[in-house]
Write a protein that binds this ligand. Structure first.
Ligand SMILES: CC(C)(COP(=O)(O)OP(=O)(O)OC[C@H]1O[C@@H](n2cnc3c(N)ncnc32)[C@H](O)[C@@H]1OP(=O)(O)O)[C@@H](O)C(=O)NCCC(=O)NCCS
Length: 201
């Protein structure tokens, strides 16, 4: 099947990064690199110039076109639906082809946080992930989200979406000290793809 091309939500558009987005990606990260720490340490070292952003975007493209072994990491940008400005990033990561599941990660530029954009984009991405490949989706069966126990803003996203918390691993990761890992999961038949929200219990 051809790869799904993109998805619009009320205020955002999710799509693969293109080389032309390099300036917009840089701008989004430069809006406040320290604000991504300690959660996303790569922001300190990576994508610091337009050329480095183009390099990353090209790396994402080459990876997603990899067939053997199949790509298990599809990186997406979150763009402002009206201006096409980069708002942040997300993606379907650690895809397990055998069990049709993936992990979702996310970041939003600091000057656009607290507006519900991440929750909106992730709700859209979950619906897109659960849409059959024949209908332009990813045909997945299960989605997971993991974050550090001390990352309260990140935890708020799966909680607001009503996902099921399934994991609490003590001292599982290093974030300025040993921190817990929390994890949430949702199955395709628990999610209302059209309304982009969890089905009532
Ligand atoms: C996590 C992140 C993507 C959230 O983006 P966002 O667009 O601000 O998210 P939303 O507006 O959809 O929701 C965030 C929620 O977190 C809440 N929140 C924010 N900071 C918080 C904090 N310190 N403590 C508790 N809740 C917090 C907000 O109040 C909001 O909930 P509300 O709508 O009920 O008020 C953003 O903060 C970010 O990019 N952080 C840095 C990168 C990161 O940590 N990524 C996740 C790695 S696992």
């Amino acid at each position: 099947m051809p790869l799904p091309s993109g998805l619009a939500t009320e205020r955002t558009r999710l799509r693969f990064w293109q080389p032309d987005d390099a300036g917009s990606m840089l701008h989004a990260l430069d809006a406040g690199r320290d604000s991504f720490l300690p959660w996303l340490p790569w922001v300190r070292t990576d994508n610091r110039t337009p050329v480095e952003c183009i390099f990353s975007i090209e790396r994402f493209r080459r990876k997603r076109e990899q067939i053997d072994p199949p790509c298990d990491d599809f990186v997406l940008g979150i763009f402002d639906r009206s201006t096409d400005e980069a708002l942040g990033g997300t993606g379907l990561h650690r895809i397990d082809v055998a069990s049709h599941q993936a992990e979702i990660g996310y970041w939003i530029r600091p000057d656009r946080r607290g507006q519900g954009l991440c929750t909106e984009a992730v709700a859209g991405l979950i619906s897109w992930a659960f849409t059959p490949q024949t209908d332009g989706g990813w045909g997945l069966r299960r989605i997971e989200i993991f974050c550090a126990g001390s990352n309260l803003a990140s935890q708020a996203v799966p909680k607001k979406l009503g996902l099921r918390q399934e994991v609490h691993q003590i001292g599982r990761r290093w974030v300025n000290g040993w921190d817990d890992t929390l994890g949430w999961g949702v199955l395709a038949d628990e999610w209302d793809v059209l309304r982009r929200r969890i089905k009532p219990a």
